[in-house]
Design a protein around this ligand. Structure first.
Ligand code: BGC
Length: 450
């Protein structure tokens, strides 16, 4: 690895303004006219900039039988549109997929290892499954791809869910043990470790409006109702899961779990550790808006925690205009398949915010758009990258851009309908077809320049 923590902190500290999450600073950020500054001197990105695509185990591997999600997707009255099934069979086809990414010109791959496979029963660690992820890492290295590994991307072992998931204080030690065992087996091949993917999502649910939801119920309410129903159906009074659990209890344990897992990882192998954060580009609407409140509520504690880390992963897809609550996209705005606004400028704004609030290097660990029209993905990527370049030109320490996603995959409750991939997957034959956006982004990656 070419970086050490002190070097990162020193560079990052230059940009830390030492201010808390404040409405006015953020309001200015949100309103910042993108692309209005002087033209950038060069279109080049810094040397060793990471260019990659991302996946998450459950969304692409298929047959994640021991995970909590497998149950959730099949429960009566499930909120999932369809079950994940074979997904993209990336579990078997990973070599072909990683080779494709390298052939396109990329130099990084972000993926997650699946706790439900590695520890399918409490205390039993499967050497065979660890060996599987080792083989994936080896292919990355063979093809010159820097591997960024997420240890927990939403899904959990079933047994962990049955004992209350993150609501149970024992989760802290159990997660740290899993991270330690995995690092002992895989750590020599991991370049960047993220403990959690988007641990702030349950809080974000309070602020997201969900078309078609029962009146007065936010997404968090819907999730809580699912948890209650599942407990009854499974006759499991403690059953909980990341997306449907008690957000408050879970956050406290997850924050401790991150800290404990980080030292477990680092004492096993000194690799850069952080987590990735779900961020919307929050823009205040009206004088009595709750923009600052939302930011303090959703990101505040995590941004604060990230100050101790080696990097922060920024993940963003759209903006959110906030009055008392989030308001719908402007009339006539282009919408993505997810129902939210096509707004690539959100990336520049959230990168600036994360860098300013944490003072640590930023890696864009997810950014993308759900669309059937690949020309819109091309447009989205170009505009998002122009924003990243402006951040770099302003001296912000951005280390990479990892696109979501490598493949069209299982988009959680929305099933296989939304198309986020750079590559399409025929789910009958598992045949992959590269989209023009993949070729375009691969060329940028190869040139390290826009
Ligand atoms: C998650 C991914 C998801 C993507 C697109 C992120 O919130 O990390 O798992 O597929 O957004 O919605």
């Amino acid at each position: 690895m070419s970086m050490n923590r002190r070097e990162w902190m020193q560079r990052g500290a230059t940009f830390a303004l030492g201010v808390g999450l404040g409405g006015r600073a953020l309001a200015a950020e949100g309103k910042r006219p993108s692309g209005s500054g002087a033209p950038a001197a060069s279109q080049k990105f810094p040397p060793k900039f990471l260019w990659g695509a991302a996946t998450a185990a459950h969304q692409v591997e298929g047959n994640n039988l021991n995970s909590d999600n497998w149950l959730l997707e099949r429960a009566p009255n499930t909120m999932y549109k369809e079950p994940s099934g074979d997904a993209c069979d990336h579990y078997h086809l990973y070599e072909q997929d990683i080779n494709q990414l390298a052939d396109l010109g990329f130099n990084a791959y972000r993926f997650s290892i699946e706790w439900a496979r590695i520890e399918p029963e409490k205390g039993f660690f499967s050497r065979a499954e660890l060996e599987h992820y080792r083989r994936m890492l080896e292919v990355c290295h063979k093809r010159g791809l820097t591997p960024l590994v997420t240890y927990s991307h939403f899904t959990l072992p079933r047994w962990f869910a049955y004992q209350g998931a993150w609501e149970n204080p024992e989760s802290v030690d159990l997660f740290a043990r899993y991270c330690e065992k995995s690092t002992a087996y895989l750590g020599d091949l991991i370049a960047y470790a993220a403990t959690f993917n988007e641990p702030d999502i349950p809080y974000l649910f309070h602020w997201i409006s969900f078309p078609g939801a029962p009146t007065g119920m936010d997404l968090a309410g819907i999730m809580a109702a699912q948890e209650a129903a599942l407990r009854q159906q499974l006759n499991a009074p403690q059953f909980s899961s990341f997306l449907i659990g008690d957000a408050e209890k879970s956050r406290e344990n997850m924050m401790s779990a991150h800290t404990k897992a980080k030292s477990a990882i680092k004492s096993t192998r000194n690799i850069p550790v952080g987590f990735t954060l779900a961020m919307e580009d929050d823009q205040p609407e009206g004088p009595d808006n709750h923009c600052a409140k939302k930011q303090a509520d959703v990101y505040g504690p995590w941004l604060n925690l990230a100050k101790q880390d080696d990097f922060i992963g920024v993940q963003t897809y759209t903006r959110s205009r906030i009055a008392a609550k989030a308001i719908p996209p402007p009339i006539g705005a282009e919408l993505t398949q997810m129902g939210y606004e096509f707004y690539p400028e959100s990336l520049e704004h959230t990168v600036r915010l994360a860098a300013k609030e944490t003072g640590v290097p930023v890696i864009v660990t997810e950014n993308g758009v759900a669309t059937q029209d690949d020309t819109r993905r091309v447009e989205y990527i170009r505009r998002a990258l122009a924003g990243v370049k402006r951040c770099v030109d302003d001296g912000i320490d951005v280390r990479g851009y990892i696109h979501w996603s490598l493949l069209d995959n299982f988009e959680w409750i929305f099933g296989y309908t939304p198309k986020f991939g750079l590559i399409t997957v025929d789910r009958e034959t598992q045949k992959r077809t590269v989209k023009p956006s993949a070729i375009m982004l691969g060329k940028i990656a190869k040139a390290n320049s826009l």
